[in-house]
Write a protein that binds this ligand. Structure first.
Ligand code: PEP
Ligand code: MG
Length: 324
């Protein structure tokens, strides 16, 4: 079986009716690049940059971040690397950022992710400078976590343009064009009003982990309520559809990069909703590719339509299982 999965690496991720799907890797550490290449990932759909900030007393400087990011960009050998800006706060803590981070009454709703980056400008500027320098060595996209308003994307773009200009003036090697800037769709309001974010975004990446948590009000790290954490809840599915429709209308790329993307049970749902890029932990990629190759997109579209009329998530799961 391991051999069959090996063989699968060189086969295209294509449905039985000839529709191509892009399978990308989520990376949390630079050393996972090798695994991403081994399973045949076409790019990095989500690079979580938290690893550079965790478990240390100081903050990483521009040069250190640049070297780490460049290693990943080089390692991916010309495939696109989607670098997410710092996503700490809530359940993700970084000691060096200060003791007060995540200690409020509701850390999940507090100062975190893009909100933190925009309120600690020097943090954002340093990270964007490192990303721009890495982007001189291969195709890079910039992804913003926990976006809730178009203003957050616009503000980040302004900072990015300034940093780009400053680096250019310093004679530092950066790409001529500023890389694409996209938004994570992982707050219910962002999914519901994705059409209002689209004019500022070059692409969307749906984060189903947080989207499920915030939509159902279930803490993803609380054991007591874990059984209620259900990404097939109709509300979550409607929000995914809303984001996919907004992306289609605005003609921007959309992917899913939460855990759902790496679970082959859900593959027909995404294809059916028109999400053709899935990004996942490298080890899950072969199974998802296998499922893609057994599916018909046309049937998946019918299936998704049906699913969105159902209220019982066991029903929905059964419909998904009945696909190719
Ligand atoms: C998500 O929320 O689905 C996601 C991909 O981001 P993270 O798991 O890093 O919060
Ligand atoms: Mg998230």
């Amino acid at each position: 079986e391991a051999e069959a999965l090996q063989q699968l690496r060189d086969e295209p991720a294509e449905t039985t009716d000839g529709h191509r799907v892009a399978l990308h890797a989520n990376l949390e550490l630079p050393r996972e690049v090798g695994q991403a290449i081994t399973v045949g990932a076409e790019g990095v759909g989500l690079l979580r940059t938290e690893f550079m900030y965790m478990n240390r007393a100081d903050l990483p400087g521009e040069d250190e971040q640049y070297h780490q990011l460049r290693e990943i960009v080089d390692g991916m050998g010309g495939r696109t690397v989607t670098i997410r800006t710092l996503d700490v706060g809530g359940e993700k803590l970084a000691w060096a950022l200060g003791d007060d981070l995540g200690t409020g009454p509701n850390p999940a709703l507090g100062m975190r992710a893009i909100r933190l980056s925009l309120s600690r400008r020097e943090l954002l500027e340093t990270q964007l400078a490192a990303i721009l320098r890495a982007a001189a060595h291969g195709p890079v996209r910039i992804l913003l976590p926990m976006v809730t308003t178009a203003g957050e994307i616009r503000e980040t773009r302004e900072v990015l343009a300034n940093v780009h200009e400053r680096l250019h003036e310093r004679g530092v090697q950066v790409p001529h064009e500023i890389p694409p800037v996209g938004a994570m769709i992982e707050v219910p309001g962002a999914a519901l009003a994705a059409d209002t974010l689209a004019p500022q975004a070059d692409f969307f990446a749906i984060g189903t982990n947080d989207l499920t948590m915030y939509t159902l009000a279930i803490d993803r790290t609380e054991d007591d309520v874990a059984h209620l954490y259900n990404p097939l809840h109709p509300a979550v599915l409607r929000l995914i559809r809303s984001a996919a429709e907004a992306a289609r209308a605005a003609r921007i790329d959309i992917s899913v990069c939460g855990e759902m993307a790496g679970d082959p049970r859900y593959t027909p749902l995404f294809l059916g909703l028109g999400v053709d890029t899935l990004s996942m932990a490298p080890k899950t990629l072969p199974r998802v590719k296998q499922r893609v190759r057994a599916l018909s997109r046309e049937r998946a579209q019918h299936c998704a339509e049906q699913i969105l009329t159902r209220s019982d998530s066991r029903d929905i799961a059964a419909l998904l299982d009945a696909q190719g």
